[in-house]
Design a protein around this ligand. Structure first.
Ligand code: CUA
Length: 341
Protein backbone atom coordinates (compact mmCIF):
# COMPACT_ATOMS: atom_id res chain seq x y z
CA UNK A 1 0.00 0.00 0.00
CA UNK A 2 1.21 3.47 -0.82
CA UNK A 3 1.99 5.44 2.29
CA UNK A 4 0.75 8.99 2.56
CA UNK A 5 3.65 11.39 2.60
CA UNK A 6 3.76 13.90 5.48
CA UNK A 7 2.78 16.92 3.30
CA UNK A 8 -0.45 15.06 2.44
CA UNK A 9 -0.92 13.54 5.87
CA UNK A 10 -0.68 16.72 7.93
CA UNK A 11 -3.59 18.65 6.40
CA UNK A 12 -5.69 15.46 6.46
CA UNK A 13 -4.95 14.99 10.17
CA UNK A 14 -5.77 18.64 10.82
CA UNK A 15 -9.14 18.25 9.09
CA UNK A 16 -10.00 14.98 10.83
CA UNK A 17 -8.92 16.33 14.23
CA UNK A 18 -11.87 18.72 14.00
CA UNK A 19 -14.33 15.81 13.84
CA UNK A 20 -14.18 14.67 17.45
CA UNK A 21 -13.62 16.03 20.90
CA UNK A 22 -15.03 18.59 23.26
CA UNK A 23 -15.41 21.36 20.69
CA UNK A 24 -16.47 20.11 17.29
CA UNK A 25 -19.03 21.07 14.68
CA UNK A 26 -19.58 17.33 14.17
CA UNK A 27 -20.89 17.02 17.74
CA UNK A 28 -24.38 15.64 18.33
CA UNK A 29 -24.44 15.84 22.12
CA UNK A 30 -27.22 18.42 22.19
CA UNK A 31 -30.65 18.52 20.59
CA UNK A 32 -29.91 21.61 18.46
CA UNK A 33 -26.48 20.33 17.44
CA UNK A 34 -28.07 17.08 16.20
CA UNK A 35 -30.71 19.01 14.20
CA UNK A 36 -28.06 21.25 12.62
CA UNK A 37 -25.90 18.23 11.82
CA UNK A 38 -28.83 16.43 10.19
CA UNK A 39 -29.48 19.48 8.01
CA UNK A 40 -25.79 19.68 7.14
CA UNK A 41 -25.83 15.97 6.16
CA UNK A 42 -28.90 16.49 3.92
CA UNK A 43 -27.17 19.46 2.23
CA UNK A 44 -24.00 17.43 1.73
CA UNK A 45 -25.91 14.51 0.18
CA UNK A 46 -28.08 16.61 -2.17
CA UNK A 47 -25.30 18.96 -3.29
CA UNK A 48 -22.89 15.99 -3.49
CA UNK A 49 -25.23 14.14 -5.91
CA UNK A 50 -25.53 17.23 -8.13
CA UNK A 51 -21.79 17.87 -8.03
CA UNK A 52 -21.13 14.27 -9.07
CA UNK A 53 -23.75 14.48 -11.87
CA UNK A 54 -22.32 17.74 -13.24
CA UNK A 55 -18.79 16.34 -13.14
CA UNK A 56 -19.99 13.16 -14.90
CA UNK A 57 -21.61 15.19 -17.71
CA UNK A 58 -18.52 17.34 -18.01
CA UNK A 59 -16.19 14.36 -18.39
CA UNK A 60 -18.62 12.56 -20.71
CA UNK A 61 -18.70 15.63 -22.96
CA UNK A 62 -14.92 15.81 -22.89
CA UNK A 63 -14.44 12.14 -23.80
CA UNK A 64 -17.02 12.22 -26.58
CA UNK A 65 -15.45 15.22 -28.23
CA UNK A 66 -11.79 14.35 -27.85
CA UNK A 67 -9.91 15.46 -30.96
CA UNK A 68 -12.75 17.73 -32.00
CA UNK A 69 -11.68 20.59 -34.24
CA UNK A 70 -13.99 23.15 -35.76
CA UNK A 71 -12.34 22.94 -39.24
CA UNK A 72 -12.84 19.17 -39.31
CA UNK A 73 -16.43 19.28 -38.09
CA UNK A 74 -18.67 17.34 -40.52
CA UNK A 75 -21.99 18.84 -41.45
CA UNK A 76 -24.14 17.07 -38.94
CA UNK A 77 -27.83 17.19 -39.04
CA UNK A 78 -29.65 16.70 -35.79
CA UNK A 79 -31.63 13.51 -36.08
CA UNK A 80 -35.21 13.95 -34.77
CA UNK A 81 -34.91 11.00 -32.32
CA UNK A 82 -31.78 12.56 -30.81
CA UNK A 83 -33.60 15.84 -30.56
CA UNK A 84 -36.37 14.19 -28.52
CA UNK A 85 -33.87 12.46 -26.24
CA UNK A 86 -32.11 15.75 -25.64
CA UNK A 87 -35.35 17.49 -24.75
CA UNK A 88 -36.38 14.68 -22.41
CA UNK A 89 -32.95 14.83 -20.78
CA UNK A 90 -33.29 18.56 -20.18
CA UNK A 91 -36.73 18.12 -18.61
CA UNK A 92 -35.42 15.37 -16.33
CA UNK A 93 -32.48 17.54 -15.30
CA UNK A 94 -34.74 20.54 -14.64
CA UNK A 95 -37.04 18.34 -12.54
CA UNK A 96 -34.06 17.05 -10.58
CA UNK A 97 -32.81 20.60 -9.91
CA UNK A 98 -36.25 21.78 -8.75
CA UNK A 99 -36.70 18.62 -6.64
CA UNK A 100 -33.25 19.04 -5.07
CA UNK A 101 -33.81 22.70 -4.23
CA UNK A 102 -37.25 21.86 -2.80
CA UNK A 103 -35.71 19.15 -0.61
CA UNK A 104 -33.15 21.66 0.74
CA UNK A 105 -35.83 24.33 1.32
CA UNK A 106 -38.18 21.93 3.14
CA UNK A 107 -35.36 20.53 5.29
CA UNK A 108 -34.20 24.08 6.15
CA UNK A 109 -37.73 25.14 7.05
CA UNK A 110 -38.37 22.25 9.43
CA UNK A 111 -34.94 22.53 11.04
CA UNK A 112 -35.46 26.26 11.53
CA UNK A 113 -38.89 25.75 13.10
CA UNK A 114 -37.56 23.04 15.41
CA UNK A 115 -34.70 25.32 16.51
CA UNK A 116 -37.09 28.25 17.05
CA UNK A 117 -39.53 26.23 19.20
CA UNK A 118 -37.20 23.95 21.08
CA UNK A 119 -39.27 22.92 24.04
CA UNK A 120 -42.98 22.62 23.30
CA UNK A 121 -44.65 22.03 26.63
CA UNK A 122 -41.38 21.71 28.51
CA UNK A 123 -40.50 24.37 31.00
CA UNK A 124 -36.84 25.29 31.40
CA UNK A 125 -35.34 23.58 34.42
CA UNK A 126 -32.33 25.87 34.60
CA UNK A 127 -32.22 29.59 33.93
CA UNK A 128 -28.86 31.27 33.45
CA UNK A 129 -28.08 34.89 32.70
CA UNK A 130 -24.80 34.88 30.78
CA UNK A 131 -23.04 38.19 30.22
CA UNK A 132 -20.10 38.61 27.88
CA UNK A 133 -17.19 40.81 28.95
CA UNK A 134 -13.90 41.47 27.19
CA UNK A 135 -12.84 38.62 27.53
CA UNK A 136 -14.68 36.35 29.90
CA UNK A 137 -18.17 35.09 30.77
CA UNK A 138 -20.17 36.05 33.83
CA UNK A 139 -22.93 33.58 34.71
CA UNK A 140 -25.80 34.13 37.10
CA UNK A 141 -27.95 31.12 37.94
CA UNK A 142 -31.51 32.24 38.68
CA UNK A 143 -34.01 30.34 40.81
CA UNK A 144 -37.67 30.85 41.75
CA UNK A 145 -36.41 31.61 45.23
CA UNK A 146 -34.08 34.51 44.39
CA UNK A 147 -32.15 34.02 47.63
CA UNK A 148 -30.63 30.89 46.03
CA UNK A 149 -29.23 32.82 43.02
CA UNK A 150 -25.48 32.62 42.64
CA UNK A 151 -22.75 33.76 40.27
CA UNK A 152 -19.94 31.90 38.63
CA UNK A 153 -17.61 32.63 35.73
CA UNK A 154 -16.29 30.90 32.61
CA UNK A 155 -17.71 27.53 33.65
CA UNK A 156 -21.28 26.28 33.45
CA UNK A 157 -22.80 23.06 34.70
CA UNK A 158 -26.13 21.99 33.24
CA UNK A 159 -28.23 18.87 33.81
CA UNK A 160 -28.47 16.07 31.24
CA UNK A 161 -31.72 15.85 29.29
CA UNK A 162 -33.28 18.95 30.85
CA UNK A 163 -34.06 22.26 29.20
CA UNK A 164 -31.57 25.00 30.10
CA UNK A 165 -32.52 28.52 29.09
CA UNK A 166 -29.59 30.91 28.73
CA UNK A 167 -30.29 34.64 28.52
CA UNK A 168 -27.42 36.32 26.71
CA UNK A 169 -26.25 39.87 27.40
CA UNK A 170 -23.12 41.87 26.78
CA UNK A 171 -21.39 44.43 28.88
CA UNK A 172 -19.24 45.96 26.14
CA UNK A 173 -19.09 44.75 22.54
CA UNK A 174 -20.83 41.99 20.57
CA UNK A 175 -19.75 38.49 21.55
CA UNK A 176 -21.18 35.17 20.39
CA UNK A 177 -22.03 32.12 22.45
CA UNK A 178 -21.05 28.93 20.68
CA UNK A 179 -20.81 25.43 22.11
CA UNK A 180 -20.84 23.45 18.86
CA UNK A 181 -21.33 20.06 20.51
CA UNK A 182 -24.60 21.25 22.04
CA UNK A 183 -26.15 23.95 19.85
CA UNK A 184 -25.69 26.64 17.23
CA UNK A 185 -24.43 30.19 17.74
CA UNK A 186 -26.21 33.10 19.35
CA UNK A 187 -24.89 36.64 19.70
CA UNK A 188 -24.54 38.60 22.94
CA UNK A 189 -25.43 42.18 22.07
CA UNK A 190 -25.07 45.27 24.29
CA UNK A 191 -28.48 46.64 25.30
CA UNK A 192 -30.39 43.63 24.00
CA UNK A 193 -31.24 40.26 25.54
CA UNK A 194 -30.96 37.19 23.31
CA UNK A 195 -31.56 33.66 24.40
CA UNK A 196 -30.53 30.14 23.53
CA UNK A 197 -31.87 26.82 24.74
CA UNK A 198 -29.64 23.86 25.50
CA UNK A 199 -31.03 20.34 25.74
CA UNK A 200 -27.96 18.15 26.21
CA UNK A 201 -28.25 14.50 25.22
CA UNK A 202 -24.93 13.21 26.55
CA UNK A 203 -23.08 13.87 29.79
CA UNK A 204 -19.55 15.15 29.45
CA UNK A 205 -17.22 18.11 29.37
CA UNK A 206 -17.58 20.47 26.39
CA UNK A 207 -15.86 23.65 25.32
CA UNK A 208 -17.53 26.80 24.12
CA UNK A 209 -15.82 29.63 22.34
CA UNK A 210 -16.74 33.24 21.67
CA UNK A 211 -17.53 33.20 17.96
CA UNK A 212 -17.65 36.92 17.20
CA UNK A 213 -14.43 38.90 16.98
CA UNK A 214 -14.48 41.09 20.08
CA UNK A 215 -10.98 42.49 20.43
CA UNK A 216 -7.42 41.51 21.14
CA UNK A 217 -8.16 38.43 23.26
CA UNK A 218 -11.19 37.13 21.36
CA UNK A 219 -9.44 33.79 20.87
CA UNK A 220 -8.94 33.56 24.65
CA UNK A 221 -12.63 33.81 25.45
CA UNK A 222 -13.61 30.21 26.01
CA UNK A 223 -16.18 28.63 28.25
CA UNK A 224 -16.24 25.23 29.97
CA UNK A 225 -19.59 23.51 29.92
CA UNK A 226 -20.11 20.37 31.95
CA UNK A 227 -23.23 18.30 31.32
CA UNK A 228 -23.93 16.47 34.56
CA UNK A 229 -26.26 13.62 35.42
CA UNK A 230 -29.17 15.04 37.49
CA UNK A 231 -27.58 13.70 40.70
CA UNK A 232 -24.17 15.23 39.91
CA UNK A 233 -25.84 18.48 38.96
CA UNK A 234 -27.70 18.59 42.28
CA UNK A 235 -24.39 18.00 44.11
CA UNK A 236 -22.70 20.78 42.10
CA UNK A 237 -25.58 23.18 42.81
CA UNK A 238 -25.41 22.41 46.53
CA UNK A 239 -21.67 23.13 46.53
CA UNK A 240 -21.99 26.34 44.50
CA UNK A 241 -24.62 27.84 46.77
CA UNK A 242 -22.29 27.45 49.75
CA UNK A 243 -20.35 30.58 50.65
CA UNK A 244 -16.62 30.17 50.99
CA UNK A 245 -15.09 29.38 54.38
CA UNK A 246 -12.32 31.49 55.93
CA UNK A 247 -9.13 29.45 55.61
CA UNK A 248 -7.41 28.05 58.68
CA UNK A 249 -4.00 27.32 57.13
CA UNK A 250 -1.69 30.28 58.00
CA UNK A 251 -0.42 30.78 54.44
CA UNK A 252 -3.92 30.69 52.95
CA UNK A 253 -5.12 33.00 55.71
CA UNK A 254 -2.37 35.46 54.80
CA UNK A 255 -3.60 35.24 51.20
CA UNK A 256 -7.16 35.85 52.36
CA UNK A 257 -6.03 38.97 54.21
CA UNK A 258 -4.10 40.21 51.19
CA UNK A 259 -7.09 39.54 48.93
CA UNK A 260 -9.52 41.42 51.17
CA UNK A 261 -7.28 44.39 51.93
CA UNK A 262 -5.67 45.00 48.57
CA UNK A 263 -6.98 45.52 45.03
CA UNK A 264 -8.36 41.99 44.44
CA UNK A 265 -11.60 42.49 46.36
CA UNK A 266 -12.43 45.69 44.48
CA UNK A 267 -12.96 43.71 41.28
CA UNK A 268 -13.69 40.10 42.34
CA UNK A 269 -16.47 38.65 44.47
CA UNK A 270 -15.92 35.80 46.90
CA UNK A 271 -19.33 35.04 48.45
CA UNK A 272 -19.25 34.95 52.24
CA UNK A 273 -16.36 37.46 52.45
CA UNK A 274 -16.12 41.27 52.20
CA UNK A 275 -14.92 40.87 48.58
CA UNK A 276 -17.84 42.05 46.42
CA UNK A 277 -16.33 43.47 43.23
CA UNK A 278 -18.61 43.01 40.22
CA UNK A 279 -16.34 43.82 37.29
CA UNK A 280 -14.21 40.67 37.22
CA UNK A 281 -14.94 36.93 37.43
CA UNK A 282 -16.62 35.67 40.62
CA UNK A 283 -14.00 33.58 42.43
CA UNK A 284 -16.19 31.99 45.13
CA UNK A 285 -15.48 28.46 43.83
CA UNK A 286 -12.62 29.15 41.44
CA UNK A 287 -10.68 26.07 42.58
CA UNK A 288 -13.50 23.81 41.37
CA UNK A 289 -13.15 25.01 37.75
CA UNK A 290 -11.14 23.22 35.07
CA UNK A 291 -9.51 26.32 33.62
CA UNK A 292 -8.69 29.94 34.49
CA UNK A 293 -8.69 33.17 32.47
CA UNK A 294 -11.66 32.02 30.37
CA UNK A 295 -10.17 28.76 29.20
CA UNK A 296 -6.71 30.21 28.59
CA UNK A 297 -4.85 28.04 31.13
CA UNK A 298 -5.59 24.77 32.92
CA UNK A 299 -6.44 25.43 36.56
CA UNK A 300 -3.20 24.33 38.23
CA UNK A 301 -0.96 25.94 40.86
CA UNK A 302 1.54 26.82 38.16
CA UNK A 303 -1.13 28.58 36.11
CA UNK A 304 -2.36 30.54 39.13
CA UNK A 305 1.19 31.69 39.92
CA UNK A 306 1.80 32.69 36.31
CA UNK A 307 -1.53 34.47 35.98
CA UNK A 308 -1.36 36.49 39.20
CA UNK A 309 2.30 37.37 38.72
CA UNK A 310 1.88 38.56 35.14
CA UNK A 311 -1.69 38.62 33.79
CA UNK A 312 -0.69 40.94 30.94
CA UNK A 313 2.07 38.58 29.81
CA UNK A 314 -0.45 35.74 29.42
CA UNK A 315 -3.42 37.65 28.06
CA UNK A 316 -2.28 41.10 26.90
CA UNK A 317 -4.96 43.76 27.03
CA UNK A 318 -7.19 42.11 29.64
CA UNK A 319 -8.41 44.18 32.57
CA UNK A 320 -6.44 42.44 35.31
CA UNK A 321 -3.57 44.75 36.25
CA UNK A 322 -0.01 43.89 37.20
CA UNK A 323 -0.13 43.77 41.01
CA UNK A 324 3.55 43.62 41.88
CA UNK A 325 3.19 41.02 44.65
CA UNK A 326 6.35 39.86 46.38
CA UNK A 327 7.09 36.13 46.60
CA UNK A 328 5.43 35.67 50.02
CA UNK A 329 2.29 37.48 48.90
CA UNK A 330 2.13 35.47 45.70
CA UNK A 331 2.48 32.14 47.60
CA UNK A 332 -0.20 33.29 50.03
CA UNK A 333 -2.74 34.41 47.41
CA UNK A 334 -2.33 31.22 45.40
CA UNK A 335 -2.75 29.15 48.59
CA UNK A 336 -5.93 31.09 49.37
CA UNK A 337 -7.42 30.69 45.88
CA UNK A 338 -6.73 26.96 46.05
CA UNK A 339 -8.97 26.72 49.13
CA UNK A 340 -11.93 28.09 47.14
CA UNK A 341 -13.23 24.68 46.11
CU1 CUA B 1 -15.97 37.73 22.87
CU2 CUA B 1 -14.97 37.20 20.77
Amino acid sequence: MRRLRPPLLLPLMAVLAGCSGIQTIGGREGRDAALINDLFTIFCIVTGIFFAAIMAFLFAAYWRRRGWRADRMPDEEVVPSRHRALRLGLFVWMGAVIGGLMALAVASFFTDRSLAFPNPGRKPVVSIELTGYQWWWDAKYHFQDASKDFRTANALHIPLGAVTMIYLKSNDVIHSFWVPNLAGKQDLIPGHVNDIVLVPAKAGHYRGQCAEYCGLQHAHMALDIVVDSPADYARWLAAQTQPSATPTDPRALAGYNYFMRRQCSACHTVAGTPAGGQVAPDLTHVASRATIAAGTLPNTSGSLYAWIADPQGIKPGNNMPYLGLNADELHAVVAYLETLK
